[in-house]
Ligand binder design. Structure first.
Ligand SMILES: CC/C=C(/N=C/c1c(COP(=O)(O)O)cnc(C)c1O)C(=O)O
Length: 381
């Protein structure tokens, strides 16, 4: 397949036909000029695209390399997630679906799904682990405020992977009228390539803006990696360029610890949620300080990029991410999401290693959702 030996459709037989129908709808509808116009129009007037490419001069001074930030944190809802949700909601509407379901961890994808559910007038149900409901309370309230039902998942580790399990069961039982709005470049085909298509608006804009601002391409593109959608969304436009790719995973308590979410850095090949990819080892408990990276698998295209050496992935520990969270807040007056902070921490490592002079970082989301949790982590009184 497209991702080397990774990806595919590792699902029970009854799901194969609906996935075929979805792939046909995507190839026929989402690739049409009319769809693209509508998609871009909503992203512009509703979500706030294009997002700025910001040259973070104070941070560049502090870290010793030219740091540019792609400001997906400024989108409606506060993260890149809305790009994918608008695309999939448009597709679901044209396919005549009467219900949207989604998984969420950080609550950003859940919030974005609730937004498009409200916008398109489609009843919406979000599955969210109890552990994440408790650490992203503001987003739970936002989803309900917009009319979505938030279904608290308590099975297994009550986390993101468990929310995906339950969402997949719902989809299998209700596929006639329900669209499962998958929140990252994960799951069985066509989800990884569909989410990539919708998120690639990020990279296409950033490439043009970077050339416009500097007359050349960046030495490196950096992003945090949970399922991998904001990273792929940035990387895709640069795939044929001589630009290095780096992904910062949820390194939790350390790559050699038994609590992390870094399958690319410290895992093995395996099948999860309908895709052949890389997963964390069996003796590891999935953990990240950031709910959106707290996932034991990763998108198959990243597993391929790692195998080909097209991208380098590093586990970024909770502590390293929290340090970068504060660095950006203090240096530029921009508070990143805890997920995003893993990409920033990786950019800092690269700047200090002196390999690259210009580094483009995807600022995948803002930290408003993390204020309660961060206030517990840092005593700033
Ligand atoms: C789909 C589950 C992931 C969620 N969020 C992931 C996330 C991520 C990681 O997701 P990917 O870009 O798909 O790796 C990065 N930045 C922010 C601000 C995020 O919220 C969510 O539910 O909100």
């Amino acid at each position: 397949g497209e991702f080397g030996g990774f990806g595919g459709r590792h699902v029970p037989e009854p799901l194969l036909e609906p996935l075929d129908d979805l792939a046909d709808a995507f190839d026929e509808i989402a690739k049409s000029e009319a769809f693209h116009e509508e998609f871009r129009g909503i992203l512009e007037s509703y979500a706030g695209r294009p997002t700025p490419l910001y040259h973070a001069e104070n941070l560049s001074e502090a870290w010793g390399a030219d740091i540019y930030l792609k400001r997906e944190d400024l989108l409606h809802g506060g993260a890149h997630k809305i790009n994918n949700c608008v695309g999939q909601a448009l597709l679901a509407e044209k396919a005549g679906k009467e219900r949207l379901i989604a998984e969420t961890g950080a609550g950003q994808h859940g919030t974005a799904t609730a937004m498009v559910g409200a916008l398109f007038g489609i009843p919406t149900e979000i599955y969210m682990g109890k552990k994440d409901v408790e650490r992203q309370r503001m987003n739970v309230f936002r989803m309900r405020l917009m009319g979505a039902e938030v279904n608290e998942v308590t099975q297994g580790g009550a986390g993101l992977a468990d929310a995906v399990d339950v969402a997949l069961e719902d989809f299998a039982a209700n596929m006639e009228d329900t669209h499962y709005l998958v929140g990252s470049v994960v799951g069985p085909d066509p989800f990884p390539r569909m989410v990539r298509e919708f998120q690639s608006v990020i990279g296409h804009e950033a490439r043009e803006q970077f050339l416009e601002a500097t007359g050349e391409l960046p030495d490196a593109c950096v992003a945090c990696v949970g399922g991998g959608s904001n990273a792929i969304g940035l990387f895709h436009a640069f795939r044929d360029d001589d630009v290095a790719f780096y992904g910062g995973e949820g390194g939790g308590e350390g790559a050699d610890s038994t609590r992390h979410a870094a399958p690319l850095d410290e895992g093995h090949e395996g099948v999860i949620h309908g895709m052949k990819t890389r997963v964390i080892d069996d003796d590891v408990e999935v953990h990240s300080v950031s709910a959106g990276l707290d996932y034991p698998g990763v998108g198959p295209e990243h597993a391929m990029f790692r195998e080909l050496g097209r991208a380098e992935y590093r586990g970024i520990t909770d502590e390293e991410a929290m340090a970068a969270f504060r660095d950006l807040s203090e240096a530029e007056g921009i508070i990143p999401a805890l997920e995003t902070s893993h990409g920033l921490a990786l950019a800092r490592q690269l700047a200090e290693e002196g390999e690259h002079d210009s580094i483009l970082v995807n600022l995948s989301g803002r930290g408003d959702k993390d204020m309660e949790q961060a206030a517990e982590l840092f005593d700033l009184a």
